[in-house]
Write a protein that binds this ligand. Structure first.
Ligand code: MN
Length: 347
């Protein structure tokens, strides 16, 4: 199974790694399970191959994923700004994982742009920013970046993952499990083959499921209840639903990073809803999460109206307007897209 990967890419990547003395492994802002799974798997694999590397993330990750940073070595740019600058200044190889555009790493972007290191992108989002990288391994057919890494590592290991360290196997599984929402979407035959081989190595899927999808605080569950009961707005005429959460509400439910993970999927479970959005008030901007069904492209929708990008059915973005104006703005955007929304509703 090398269909997901050009043999040449694996060879080029191996050569870049072989030459490197210090490697920075980086992922996007608001790291999710695939982002953290991919960077920790890569780090584990590179260390196993005798290489020196450091993981950098732009901002903190959710509490339920903290177990992935077992030795607490991940550098968080918003907290360890000087250390991040230092490691970028010394790195001779940068491996960017699970994002397609450099703007997805916020304040880390200039550190990459100004670096003289060899730059590699490994990702599964559409339209990667090819010009910013020396080597691009991109495939939108795989479930997750973790799955793409699985095939890459497997290829570099001569077609078997038998020798990869246990924490690398576990991290790859977590990345795939989160991006597919535990095998609910974006799963292809190769995803099961990957799962088979990782479980065969001893990955404990029950424990990982509990850690990643459970382990919520009481505040998070009550915030979900509040969102569905009091905040979710359904617009049947557009086949759309959305939830806006203000900073005040987040504070009331003792919000911690990652607590709203999954909320955006909720309106999509309603009959006739083909696009859903979650807006959360942050420092100086509104965070936008978008999901869709029936072929309505939220990647395009986000690029056009929400300063973002992503996959066809899952995308993110940012708005720079007061939280009180978000609902009206969103409904205006829906009206402008009435034609493509009607098409999706008719399916
Ligand atoms: Mn991903």
């Amino acid at each position: 199974m090398t269909g997901y990967l050009k043999r040449k890419s694996a060879k080029e990547f191996r050569e870049a790694v072989d030459k490197a003395k210090l490697i920075v492994i980086l992922t996007h802002t608001n790291p999710d399970g695939d982002a953290l799974g991919s960077v920790t798997a890569m780090s584990s694999y590179l260390k196993f191959s005798g290489k020196a590397c450091r993981i950098v993330v732009p901002n903190p990750f959710p509490r339920n994923l903290a177990f992935m940073d077992r030795d607490r070595k991940i550098l968080i740019n918003t907290r360890h700004t000087d250390a991040v600058k230092d490691v970028f200044s010394r790195a001779d190889l940068i491996i960017a994982l699970d994002f397609n555009q450099l703007k997805r790493v916020d304040d880390v972007e200039p550190l990459i742009r100004n670096s003289k290191a060899v730059k590699v992108l490994i990702d599964h989002h559409p339209e990667p920013e090819n010009s910013a990288f020396d080597i691009v391994i991109s495939n939108t057919e795989v479930s997750s970046t973790a799955e793409l890494l699985f095939w890459l590592i497997r290829t570099m290991e001569g077609g078997s993952v038998k020798k990869v360290p246990a924490d690398c196997a576990q991290a790859l599984y977590v990345g795939m499990m989160t991006d597919t929402n535990n095998f609910a979407n974006s799963v292809a035959a190769g995803t099961f083959k990957m799962s088979y081989e990782l479980l065969d190595l001893g990955v404990d899927k029950e424990t990982l499921q509990l850690k990643v999808f459970g382990g919520f605080s009481e505040g998070r569950m009550r915030l979900l209840g509040h969102s569905l009961l009091n905040k979710m707005k359904i617009l049947h005429e557009f086949g759309a639903g959305y939830i806006i959460l203000t900073r005040e509400e987040l504070e009331k439910f003792s919000f911690s990073e990652g607590d709203t993970e999954g909320f955006v999927n909720m309106p999509l479970n309603i009959n006739g809803i083909t696009v859903s959005a979650l807006f959360t008030e942050k420092d100086g901007h509104i965070r936008v999460s978008l999901r869709s069904a029936n072929g309505f492209s939220v990647n395009r929708f986000s690029r056009k109206y929400f300063n973002g990008a992503g996959h066809e059915r899952a995308a993110g973005g940012k708005l720079f307007i007061p939280v009180g104006e978000v609902g009206e703005y969103f409904e205006k955007c829906l009206a402008l897209e009435q034609d493509s929304l009607s098409k999706a509703q008719d399916l």
